[in-house]
Design a binder for this molecule. Structure first.
Ligand SMILES: C[S@@+](CC[C@H](N)C(=O)[O-])C[C@H]1O[C@@H](n2cnc3c(N)ncnc32)[C@H](O)[C@@H]1O
Length: 273
């Protein structure tokens, strides 16, 4: 898996340079002038963050992390792209909002960070890059203090497997089986923030199913508070707003650190014959 992670790191260093130029998706100048880049949906669903400790996994160059800080949270952002983390540090100093940024692969984070958090947050485009969701959820859960919660808002697996170019909401047109969770390699692609930019480095991503995600969360000792599905991408990027609205494009999930002694009564599909 290390080879894939190294390739993706290279891609994200490349894309960080592109994203730092600013765009509708990454409105850097507006952000410097006080814009909060978080969407209404996560602000509402995460709730009050004032004085809370918040860990942002895969924070890119930190605009959302710093937006949580502007809402009163004490924030730590983590990303494996050195370029992104250096840019996040610079941005934090430039706008005068305190934050700690750590350059790390999520799986190595426990070796670098020894702190508990009220909230672990990950968003838009985070989980596709993760080869092992169970491990990712275990790492996320390990950083939560009792009563704390994990919140994820990301592309819905149904949206990922559909062929956007052909489907226009036709659920019979798909790129691969919904259940095909093998790694997907792409030699170059159109950047979501700059549609005129074609990446030079290859990318490797991993599709997952809804049950993969929910079971990974449950196995990490967290209790699911809610799982929501959103039919179209008004919550996020303009570039994705062409999607039809008869299937889920985004999901959000909140899961809390289980009280001691709490149990989960669920069936693991892998154990069914
Ligand atoms: C689509 S971006 C997330 C954007 C984010 N929602 C934001 O606030 O801008 C995905 C991020 O995940 C990071 N990433 C991908 N795989 C990672 C890994 N294994 N460990 C740490 N960061 C990773 C990339 O460097 C990139 O910044």
């Amino acid at each position: 898996m290390e080879k894939e992670i190294e390739l993706n790191k290279k891609l994200w260093d490349e894309l960080t340079d592109v994203h730092l130029k600013g765009s509708d998706i990454y409105p850097i100048d507006e952000f410097k002038n006080g814009l909060n880049t978080l969407k209404k949906v996560e602000i509402q669903e995460v709730g009050d963050v004032n004085q809370k400790n918040l860990l942002h996994l895969q924070c890119h160059f930190g605009m959302d992390t710093l937006s949580w800080a502007r809402l009163g949270a004490n924030v730590v952002g983590v990303d494996f792209s050195e370029k992104a983390i250096n840019a996040a540090d610079r941005l934090s100093r430039e706008i005068g909002v305190g934050a700690k940024f750590i350059n790390s692969d999520i799986f190595s984070l426990p070796e670098k960070l020894n702190q508990k958090f009220d909230i672990v947050f990950a968003s838009y485009g985070a989980l596709y890059w993760i080869p092992d969701l169970k491990k990712w959820c275990q790492v996320a859960s390990s950083f939560l203090s009792e009563g704390g919660f994990l919140y994820i808002i990301d592309s819905h697996p149904v949206h990922r497997f559909l062929d956007e170019n052909k489907s226009a909401g036709d659920l019979s047109q798909y790129k691969f089986s919904y259940f095909d969770t093998s790694s997907k390699r792409c030699e170059s692609g159109t950047d979501y923030a700059d549609l005129n930019y074609t990446s030079k480095s290859p990318e490797i991503g991993w599709h997952f199913t809804v049950s993969d995600l929910l079971n990974a969360i449950a196995k990490s000792g967290l209790c699911i508070n809610f799982f929501n599905e959103f039919p179209y991408s008004k919550v996020q990027a303009k570039a994705w707003e062409t999607s039809a609205d008869n299937y889920p494009v985004f999901f959000s999930v909140k899961a809390s650190k289980a009280e001691p002694g709490a149990s989960h009564n669920r069936t693991d599909p892998a154990t069914l014959t």
